[in-house]
Design a protein around this ligand. Structure first.
Ligand SMILES: Cc1ncc(COP(=O)(O)O)c(C=O)c1O
Length: 393
């Protein structure tokens, strides 16, 4: 009998949903079903539908069920990377001639996939500041869109889009709304509840949470969309391995706890960096700060914190940003985000190099911090010494 956890809080669902002890052995932790195929007792009669692991695997199913429960969504499907998940969403919905409204501050890889793969295939894109409802309205009134792609908070400038208001406008025009919820994670924000049709994740980040796996996922309440995603997932085959699924199950169990600490640390660091404005720091972007233009919306649509991502613009341009990013002791200079350890990077030269020279180009004095769950005072001291080293140049 499957236990219903839908009325339990997120921290409970994260640990219990989909995690029934193995009926044969009682193993409390779901086994890693490291098998590509399954014995069928009779021709064409797989046990419980398990026939081949590209199509279906019990470990992956556990991850899907756990994620769907935390998100409060009906269907979740895991993929081998965030971009594989995004690709399946786009390929399921878009046809040549369709147009996508794309946030002007989205992950460089999403922009690259659309502009370099989908545009040559006949899809059109219009880049819009989707955090500005008037700009969204204006774009909708001048062109016809099939899809709006939102990141909130966005990568790397932490812009906030009002999901509920944007979805309402989009739906009046029959436009599908996708939210890449990677930065907030399902512990802090539930786009489906706010009217989005689809949520996409790079589970490589907060969901995996330990910088040890690459993965992605899609969640939706729409049965038809879910069937299309599952069809393409099986037809194209970008599935995570049983081991990758298992390690993400383990990560997801502690997501609510980790997000709480990521958010507390980031808030303390953002306030500290804000106090250094004019003293080496030019601008701090963190939706938890009252000074952030999207703070009120973020406070309404995010619950329990504003996440662990901060972007800072350095006085002294690219040279200062580079020196700062290379001078930290605890923050590791590396791409990616969302792990327990703090990371620092220069988006213009690293994660967002693919948008150089486009409408989505990022400022070259920008440094992005993925604040980990170390001690906040140690992290602050590290940033202080890196800034001192930068100013001494
Ligand atoms: C917001 C966002 N979406 C999607 C992706 C792509 O995910 P992956 O690297 O797992 O393919 C990333 C990667 O950095 C990201 O930051």
């Amino acid at each position: 009998m499957t236990i219903d956890y839908s009325k339990d809080a997120i921290a409970t669902r994260a640990i219990h949903a989909g995690q029934e002890p193995d009926p044969m052995t009682g193993a409390v932790v779901p086994p890693i079903y490291m098998t590509s195929t399954f014995k069928q007792p009779h021709v064409g009669q797989p046990i419980n539908g398990y026939d081949y692991s590209r199509s279906i695997n019990p470990t992956r199913n556990v991850f899907d069920e756990q994620l769907a429960s935390i998100e409060g969504g009906k269907h979740a499907l895991a993929f081998s990377s965030g971009l594989a998940a995004i690709d399946v969403v786009l390929r399921s919905i878009l046809r040549p001639g369709d147009r996508v409204m794309l946030g002007n501050d989205v992950y460089g890889g999403t922009y690259r996939l659309l502009s370099k793969v989908f545009v040559p295939w006949g899809v059109e894109i219009t880049t819009v500041d989707v955090s500005d409802l008037a700009a969204v309205n204006k774009a909708i009134n001048s062109e016809s869109f099939k899809l709006i792609w939102i990141e909130t908070p966005s990568n790397p400038l932490l812009a906030i889009t009002d999901i509920e208001a944007t979805a309402a406008i989009a739906h009046e025009h029959g436009i599908t709304v996708v939210v890449d919820n990677t930065f907030a994670s399902p512990a802090l924000q539930h786009p489906l509840e706010l009217g989005a049709d689809i949520v996409a994740y790079s589970t490589t980040k907060y969901i995996g949470g330990h910088s040890d796996v690459v993965g992605g996922a899609v969640v939706t309440n729409d049965d038809d969309l879910a069937a299309q995603f599952a069809f393409l997932q099986n037809s194209a085959g970008a599935v995570p391995s049983p081991f990758d699924s298992w390690i993400q199950i383990r990560g997801l169990k502690t997501l609510p706890l980790r997000m709480q600490r990521h958010s507390e640390n980031a808030m303390a660091i953002a306030r500290h960096l804000e106090s250094l404005k004019g003293k080496g720091i030019d601008e701090v972007w963190y939706p938890g700060l009252e000074s952030h233009p999207g703070h009120e919306i973020a406070a309404r649509q995010m619950h329990g914190g504003f996440g662990g991502m901060i972007s800072v613009q350095l006085m002294g341009g690219k040279a200062a940003a580079t020196k700062f990013a290379e001078s930290t002791r605890l923050f590791t200079l590396a791409e990616s985000l969302g792990g327990v350890e703090s990371l620092i990077e220069h988006p213009g030269a690293m994660t967002h190099a693919s948008v150089a020279g486009t409408a989505n180009e990022v400022p070259d004095n920008l440094v992005r911090l993925s604040v980990g769950i170390e001690d906040a005072n140690d992290l602050i001291a590290d940033l202080d010494q890196a800034l001192a080293a930068t100013l001494a140049e």
